[in-house]
Write a protein that binds this ligand. Structure first.
Ligand SMILES: C[S@@+](CC[C@H](N)C(=O)[O-])C[C@H]1O[C@@H](n2cnc3c(N)ncnc32)[C@H](O)[C@@H]1O
Length: 221
C-alpha cells in the first residue's frame, strides 16, 4: 500500500514504500521512535477517563508498544492505522492471540484516506509522530478533515509531535514542527485544550528529540 506523492516539479515519492522499507530493514527496538514504555501517552489517555470499551483510534501507529499496553490495561476497542502494512503485521504478530479480536487494523494513507472514511466515529484520536511528516498544506488539510470526520462530540484528541525546538528531519524525511497554538489553529474553536506539556524523548541511539504533547476535547459540533 502506498500512494505516490507528486511534487511540484513532477517527481514522485511513494511514502508507503518508504515506511515499509523502514520497518523491514531495522529491528523494531532500534527504530528512532521506539518507546519501551509510552508513559506520556498513557498519562494523557488515563486523563481522558475513558471507559474500557471506548473506541480509541491510533493514527500512524506503526508497531508501537502502546497497543499492547492498552490491551493489558483492559481496553477492548482499538483501531490501529498505518500506511505501512509491514508495521501493522509486526504489531499484530507481537500481540497475544486472544487479544487480537479487540483490535481493528487499517492500512490507509491519512493524507488520502479511503477505508478510514467509512470508519465508525471514535471516542479518542491518538497520534504520536505522524502528523509532523505532513509538510504540505493539502496533507495537513486532509489529516484534520479526517480527524473532524471521525471524532465524536465529547471525544478526545491527543497529539504528540516534534516541537518547534525539535529535529528538522526524521527517518530521512523533512518534518513540520508544532506548538500548542498551531494545533489549536488547525483544530478550530470546537476543540478545547485540556492539557499540554513538553517531553524530550531519547532515541535508542541516545539522541534527544523534543516533543510537544497536547490533549484536546471536542466540545461542540
Ligand atoms: C515516526 S513513526 C511513529 C510510529 C508510532 N506512532 C510510534 O509512536 O511508535 C511514523 C509512523 O507514521 C506512519 N505514516 C507515515 N505517513 C503516513 C500516512 N500518510 N498515513 C498513515 N500512516 C503514516 C509510518 O509508517 C510510521 O509508522
Amino acid at each position: 500500500m502506498g500512494t505516490p506523492f507528486f511534487s511540484e516539479d513532477g517527481q514522485t515519492f511513494d511514502f508507503g514504500e518508504h515506511w515499509n522499507k523502514a520497518y523491514q530493514k531495522t529491528p523494531l527496538k532500534d527504530l528512532g521512535w521506539f518507546e519501551e514504555q509510552p508513559l506520556p501517552t498513557l498519562e494523557l489517555i488515563d486523563a481522558c477517563g475513558l471507559s474500557k470499551d471506548a473506541c480509541i483510534f491510533h493514527a500512524g501507529a506503526g508497531a508501537t508498544t502502546l497497543i499492547g499496553e492498552l490491551l493489558h490495561q483492559g481496553y477492548t476497542n482499538l483501531i490501529v492505522n498505518d500506511i505501512a502494512a509491514a508495521a501493522l503485521t509486526a504489531l499484530k504478530n507481537d500481540l497475544p492471540f486472544y487479544k487480537k479480536a479487540q483490535v481493528r487494523f487499517v492500512v490507509d494513507d491519512l493524507t488520502q484516506p479511503s477505508a478510514l472514511l467509512d470508519s465508525k466515529q471514535v471516542d479518542c484520536w491518538h497520534d504520536r509522530a505522524v502528523l509532523h511528516f505532513f509538510t504540505e498544506e493539502y496533507q495537513q488539510q486532509a489529516y484534520f478533515g479526517l480527524l473532524k470526520h471521525m471524532v465524536k462530540t465529547g471525544g478526545y484528541v491527543l497529539l504528540s509531535e516534534f516541537s518547534l525546538e525539535g529535529a528538522a528531519k526524521c527517518c530521512g524525511l523533512e518534518v513540520f514542527r508544532y506548538d500548542v497554538g498551531m494545533f489549536q489553529e488547525r483544530l478550530g474553536p470546537s476543540f478545547t485544550l485540556l492539557k499540554s506539556f513538553q517531553h524530550t524523548y531519547i532515541q535508542p541511539s541516545g539522541q534527544p528529540r523534543p516533543y510537544i504533547y497536547a490533549l484536546f476535547q471536542r466540545t461542540d459540533d
